[in-house]
Design a protein around this ligand. Structure first.
Ligand SMILES: [Zn+2]
Length: 215
C-alpha cells in the first residue's frame, strides 16, 4: 500500500472532488514508487519504455482535444505498436471506452487472437479495476504506466488486481515512466474543468439575479 503521509507536499497533486464527473475520475496522483508490484528493467528496456510511453502521451493529448479525460494507451508486440487508444467514454456514450480497452480491442483484431500473449500495455494512468481485469483476461505480459491513481488504481494503489494470486494470470508492472508529464496533463485538465464549472454557475447566478430585477 502507498503511504500518503510520507510524501513531500510538492509531489502530491490533489484533484478535488467534482460531483459532475464520474467518481472514478477523482484521481489523486503522486510520485511514490508502487513497490508492491514494480519490477526492474535494463537501460535498453527503459529507453523503449520511454519511447512507447511518449506515444501513449500523444494519445492522451488527443483525448483532451475531445474534452475527454486525458489518458492514452498503446499495446506493443515484438517491438511494434499493434493497438492504440484514448478515453472516448463521453463521445461514444460508453463507460467501457477507456484508453486501455480501446488499445486492447485493436491489438486483439491485429493479432486475430483474444489472448495478447507476449504483449506490453503502456498507459499514462494506472488502470482502473475494469481495465486491470481486462489485462488479466487478455493475458498481457507486462504493464507500464505513468501516474498512480491512489483512489481507484488497480495495479497496487487502491487494489491489486494485476498481481492477485486468486486470479489465474499475473502481470509484470513497471511504473512512473513520464509520470510528471502525464500527471500534469491530468491535473491541468481537471483544473480547467473546475474553472469551467465555476464560470457556468456564476453565469447562471447572474442570469437569475438579473431576471429577478425585472419584476
Ligand atoms: Zn479503465
Amino acid at each position: 500500500m502507498i503511504k500518503k503521509t510520507n510524501l513531500p507536499a510538492s509531489s502530491v497533486v490533489n484533484i478535488e472532488k467534482t460531483p459532475d464527473l464520474n467518481t472514478d475520475l477523482n484521481t489523486q496522483l503522486n510520485a511514490e514508487p508502487n513497490s508492491a508490484n514494480e519490477t526492474q528493467v535494463s537501460e535498453a528496456q527503459a529507453k523503449l519504455d520511454l519511447q512507447f510511453m511518449r506515444r501513449a502521451f500523444e494519445l492522451a493529448q488527443q483525448a483532451e482535444q475531445h474534452d475527454e479525460i486525458p489518458v492514452g494507451a498503446v499495446v506493443v508486440h515484438q517491438g511494434k505498436i499493434i493497438g492504440e487508444g484514448f478515453n472516448q467514454s463521453i463521445m461514444l456514450n460508453d463507460p467501457s471506452s477507456h484508453a486501455e480497452m480501446n488499445a486492447i480491442r485493436q491489438a486483439g483484431q491485429h493479432l486475430n487472437n483474444y489472448r495478447l500473449l507476449d504483449c506490453t500495455l503502456y498507459v499514462t494512468l494506472e488502470p482502473c479495476p475494469m481495465c486491470a481485469g481486462l489485462l488479466v483476461h487478455s493475458r498481457i505480459e507486462r504493464l507500464v504506466y505513468a501516474a498512480n491513481d491512489l483512489k481507484t488504481g488497480a495495479a497496487g494503489s487502491a487494489f491489486n488486481l494485476v498481481n492477485n494470486e486468486q486470479l489465474n494470470h499475473q502481470i509484470q508492472v513497471y511504473a512512473h515512466v513520464m509520470q510528471t508529464e502525464c500527471s500534469q496533463l491530468l491535473s491541468a485538465f481537471f483544473k480547467r474543468r473546475r474553472q469551467e464549472k465555476k464560470a457556468t454557475k456564476k453565469r447562471l447566478r447572474d442570469t437569475i439575479k438579473n431576471s429577478g430585477t425585472d419584476h
